[in-house]
Design a binder for this molecule. Structure first.
Ligand SMILES: Nc1nc2c(ncn2[C@@H]2O[C@H](COP(=O)(O)OP(=O)(O)OP(=O)(O)O)[C@@H](O)[C@H]2O)c(=O)[nH]1
Length: 412
């Protein structure tokens, strides 16, 4: 009997334990289910806020400690690829309209007012000194100082003063008109009215016998205005009816390629670029190749602006030229110099001329200096002519250098 009672007790305890476990687990499962009922999909209506009662109208309850987290996504909420409607792809922005650069003839005359700082310091200063009643030794010294401080350079200054002294002596009495004419003639003579100032843009035939464009290398120190001048020169050439390809061989400064690309786009010239830090010689080579393929008239290659003290980098400039020459000669090597840097510009000119044969000078920022005499000094230093002058930051502020217009602007 005792055994029977014991078995019954054990059976009752076991039933009680099992039913307790089942109720507990049901309670736990009930929480998420209640929330799910309240939220529905949570997407379709946007009104079901997840009330605990499941009516969809009760305010949301704060989750309590111990609550189980809701599953992140219910089956119903999941979207399929077919469900997702993609917004229409925006069309690319229209290419900016091509610009028509100003004609190049007479640009220097148009821009002569920009030389006003040089004018008062050099031309007007000399005229007023020469107009003095007595031209004594002291006055001649002042004339010499005026020329030197306008960066004309020592030797050209001495020559100029010598010539002026001689002619004033022969002339005897001088009227202001005579003096002006005399000064104009002598300044012109020292600038060299007969030098070949054309930027050479006549193509030829490549080593494979194909028509090839003229190649112009643009070299110079950082910040002189090299990239800007390359872009402006593209406009000069386009204005003169030439087709142009640009080579962004300044691979050291990513922004330089961007900058050049923008200049090119404005006049419809393609820009060949390379990877940042890539080999400048290979970009230059590709640009010439592209120029040949396109049948372009001119390829302008903008090179990296290197500090001339870094021998290795300067050697690289020599390499750019040699690599380009595999496809034919380089027609022009333009050295860009900043007119405001004076003697420093002359030092740069000397170093660059040792690495590549400079054939022309582009003198920038003449609008920002009282030292117009740098035109004379730099020509003497290199024995090559100034071919272009920069007279402002505007797109068409690069002018072919015309000695007569320049001297007229100087002496007013
Ligand atoms: N006032 C004036 N500013 C100029 C002239 N030419 C260029 N500049 C300005 O000079 C600055 C430097 O020009 P960049 O073309 O970037 O110089 P860069 O030599 O290519 O320099 P890197 O690309 O660093 O080698 C720019 O702000 C130009 O607008 C000019 O004739 N007159």
């Amino acid at each position: 009997m005792e055994t029977v009672i014991l078995v019954v007790v054990i059976a009752l305890v076991a039933i009680a334990a099992i039913s307790g476990l089942v109720v507990g687990s049901r309670r736990k499962k009930a929480l998420p289910r209640t929330k799910e009922e309240g939220t529905g999909t949570g997407i379709d209506t946007g009104t079901g806020t997840g009330g605990a009662t499941g009516t969809g109208t009760a305010p949301p309850t704060e989750p309590q400690r111990g609550d189980e987290a809701e599953p992140a996504t219910t089956e119903e909420a999941r979207h399929t690829v077919e469900d997702v409607v993609l917004p229409p792809v925006a069309p690319p922005p229209p290419a900016p309209p091509l610009e028509t650069p100003e004609p190049t003839a007479g640009r220097l005359v148009r821009l002569r007012a920009r030389l006003s700082r040089s004018q008062s310091a050099l031309g007007q200063g000399l005229l007023s000194l020469l107009s003095r009643e007595r031209l004594d030794e002291e006055t001649w010294e002042e004339i010499e100082d005026t020329l030197l401080s306008a960066d004309v350079g020592v030797t050209p200054t001495q020559e100029l003063v010598e010539r002026l002294r001689e002619r004033v002596r022969v002339l005897g009495t001088r009227t202001p008109e005579e003096l002006r004419a005399l000064l104009r003639e002598e300044l012109l003579a020292v600038i060299g009215p007969d030098l070949d100032r054309a930027v050479h843009t006549e193509g030829g035939v490549s080593v494979e016998g194909e028509e090839r464009p003229a190649v112009v290398l643009v070299v110079g120190v950082n910040g002189t205005g090299k990239t800007t001048t390359t872009g402006k020169l593209a406009r000069v050439l386009v204005a003169d009816g030439k087709s142009v390809v640009l080579g962004a061989a300044d691979t050291f400064r990513a922004a330089a390629a961007e900058q050049l690309g923008t200049w090119g786009e404005r006049v419809g010239a393609r820009t060949v670029r390379g990877p940042e830090g890539g080999d400048p010689a290979s970009v230059a080579f590709d640009a010439v190749k592209e120029g040949i393929a396109e049948g372009a008239d001119v390829v302008l290659v903008d090179t990296a602006g290197r500090l001339h003290t870094k021998t290795g980098l300067m050697d690289e400039l020599g390499k750019v030229k040699r690599v380009v020459e595999k496809q034919g000669p380089v027609n022009e090597v333009l050295l860009v110099l900043d007119a405001t840097t004076g003697q420093n510009g002359l030092v740069q000119a000397r170093v660059f001329s040792e690495v590549v044969d400079i054939t022309g000078i582009a003198l920038t920022k003449l609008d920002g200096t009282a030292k117009g005499g740098i035109v004379i000094a730099v020509q003497r230093e290199l024995g090559v002519p100034v071919k272009l002058v920069g007279l402002g930051e505007g797109a068409d502020d690069l002018a072919p250098f015309e000695p007569e217009a320049f001297v007229d602007a100087l002496i007013g």
